[in-house]
Ligand binder design. Sequence first.
Ligand code: HPA
Length: 272
Amino acid sequence: MIYEKAQEAAEFIRGKFGDRIKIALVLGSGLGAFADEIESAVKIHYAEIPHFARSTVEGHAGQLVLGKIGGAAVAVQQGRFHYYEGYSLEEVTFPMRVFGLLGIKTVILTNAAGSLNADFYPGSLMLIKDHINLMGVNPLRGRNDERFGARFPDMSEVYSLDLQEKAIAEARAMDYVLRRGVYCALQGPCYETPAEIRMLREVGADAVGMSTVPESIVARHQNMQVLAISCISNLAAGMSEEKINHEEVMEAGAQVADVLNKLLKRIVSKLI
Ligand code: HPA
């Protein structure tokens, strides 16, 4: 049972870090540098944590970093599990289950994404206001464990409006223009075709990626508040002459790391 496994993992983490963790963050492709901002960091490799899978994708460190940011105790996932790596969504979202059982009420998810909106150019940050799940799978499929949440959870406000307002206010205080849009998740691992991108634009997506949505769904299932930010790494397929490659995605992450890290720090400090 996932619940018991998640309890075991939560117990293990509690044994490594006494403070009550308030916020969990997930750092996406190329965005791992935020973990360096953590004070008195305790680093735990995923392989050490009971029932955690291992991250295989380049650019993901594959460790949980526990510590403090601006006085708040945080758990930071430096590297996440992706469906395209071959994990089940149960494995992909297992860390969220553990965060929920640790009593964490707020999760901040980050990712790299392609832009479908010509105004959201590479190197910009987009606050996710809603999502479209086109992965063809749902992490809540299967027998529902009521200890986690309801069988048919509401998804009308996956991304907390309150947290979005706080993020926008912090960005404004930094004189930074945070974009806001709809994120669409596909399975990957290949990037999209130009025809698929035209279709996604028709259905209302501003950005496209291969993660975040399963974690957001599971976080909401457990009634955690979610904030999610996409680092726009490239214009989606067919929108420019350029071909899309993983190196460029990683590079865009490094470019925005500074502003993203500052923004995340400010947001976290406002949440305690
Ligand atoms: N498509 C899907 N996922 C992505 C992209 C993209 O263009 N860029 C970064 N992650």
